[in-house]
Design a protein. Structure first.
Length: 104
């Protein structure tokens, strides 16, 4: 969420101080937040396009961050799941005691 808010502010700043940064002006905070979330999620509806070089670079950085954050979240979820499964298997194996067969 913080990344989306940060980039929303950057996109709004670009739109105000560099009117040609986007194909149409980002006129409201909601528009900038909308564009940021759509970009971060790599949805890209296409209703707002970066035109200026700085705006394009910001969009590229946000898209890459969105992909990186998704990979980190998926990796963390998989790691936690495997850790829980491993713990359950270890507890299960500790409960099973070998039967004495008299070969000592």
């Amino acid at each position: 969420m913080g990344v989306a808010i940060l980039f929303a502010a950057l996109f709004r700043y670009q739109s105000v101080w560099n009117p040609g940064a986007f194909d149409r002006p980002i006129e409201t905070t909601l528009d900038s937040f909308y564009f940021s979330v759509v970009t971060l999620a790599t949805v890209g509806y296409g209703d707002i396009h970066p035109v200026g070089s700085v705006a394009k670079i910001l969009v590229i950085i946000e898209v890459l961050l969105g992909i990186l954050l998704l990979a980190i979240m998926v990796g963390a979820a998989i790691s936690v799941t495997f850790h829980e499964i491993s713990n359950k298997l270890e507890k299960h194996n500790n409960k099973i005691q070998p039967t004495p067969d008299g070969d000592d």
